[in-house]
Design a protein around this ligand. Structure first.
Ligand SMILES: Nc1ncnc2c1ncn2[C@@H]1O[C@H](COP(=O)(O)OP(=O)(O)OP(=O)(O)O)[C@@H](O)[C@H]1O
Length: 288
């Protein structure tokens, strides 16, 4: 079943429209990265999916029902951007509280604490937690009740590199079990191999949507080839060139046929390169 369907959604605060004609779908077991500058409309999009905001126009459906319906809410987990908890409760008490609010069994709490690496701190008050520990508790809260759709707003904020890698591994595991995930982040480096598609928002408009190879094709950015060559005196020379995607293989063949070439490194346009490209060209496109 499709996890999210947004059709021609418009939303504004007061008289200012901040989302324009947004259409996208997210399938079961799909991880969508939602990216955009500050104020692009990412959190507003999340809130529309949660059903705490209603669109001014268009339609938002979650797991086959209108967003905000009890069935959709029950199957949805949400990690907000600025997660906050009652400081006097322990981690375990916090999860018990949220499990009761959500109407899900408390029996899975120990496993969740373990999954996010908080077992040893489970009975400490949250006010003694570091930022990263609070973030991990937020993630455990979002995972209560085994949601079929998980919305993560800046989930890596405050996480150290190992905890960040653990989070991505957890997302991978959830994806394999059919959970759909929407992941908002300003940290693009490292996220690309964990998302199926990226949606790039600019000034409330969907500027690009697709898998990394699709976005690479659409953007037409150049690939970087770095070759190491040994000259007749035995010195190693480093040569760098950028080539368009369709010429990449011809260049690779040519380089590997040269006996002086000892190594070639190929760098595809990264998610960061693509993000910058689509943001930079958004204004231009709108003016056309
Ligand atoms: N409650 C509100 N009232 C009025 N304007 C709002 C409200 N919430 C958000 N906005 C405006 O809507 C636009 C989109 O905000 P939103 O929080 O969705 O962006 P974002 O992409 O999540 O930004 P960030 O990366 O900074 O978190 C911004 O211009 C913001 O100022």
């Amino acid at each position: 079943m499709t996890a999210i369907e947004m059709h021609s959604v418009r939303h504004g605060y007061g008289r200012t429209t901040v989302l324009h004609d947004l259409s996208l779908t997210v399938g079961a077991g799909e991880v969508l990265g939602l990216f955009g500058h500050n104020g692009a409309g990412k959190t507003t999009t999340m809130k529309l999916i949660l059903g705490v905001l209603r669109p001014d126009a268009g339609e938002v459906r979650v797991l086959g029902v209108p967003a905000g319906e009890a069935r959709a809410r029950r199957e949805l987990g949400y990690l907000p951007e600025n997660v906050s908890f009652y400081p006097q409760l322990s981690g375990r008490e916090t999860l018990t509280y949220f499990a009761r609010l959500k109407g899900v069994p408390v029996s899975g709490i120990a496993a969740l604490l373990d999954q996010v690496g908080l077992t040893d701190a489970a009975d400490r008050r949250v006010r003694t937690y570091s930022k990263g520990m609070r973030q991990r508790l937020g993630l455990a809260q979002a995972l209560l009740g085994e949601p079929r759709l998980l919305l993560l707003d800046e989930p890596t904020v405050g996480l150290d590199p190992i905890a960040t890698a653990d989070l991505y591994a957890l997302i991978d595991d959830l994806r394999r079990r059919g959970t759909a995930v929407v992941l908002c982040s300003h940290v693009l480096a490292g996220v690309e191999s964990y998302i199926d598609r990226a949606a790039i928002l600019c000034q409330g408009r969907l500027r690009a949507l697709g898998s990394l190879p699709e976005l690479q094709r659409e953007a037409g950015l150049r690939w970087r080839l770095t070759s190491l060559q040994v000259d007749p005196l035995g010195r190693t020379l480093r040569c760098e060139r950028t080539v368009v995607a369709k010429e990449k293989m011809a260049w690779l063949r040519a380089l590997s046929n040269q006996p002086e070439t000892v190594d070639v490194e190929v760098r595809a346009p990264s998610l960061e390169d693509l993000y910058r490209h689509f943001q930079n060209t958004a204004g231009r496109r709108e003016r056309v």
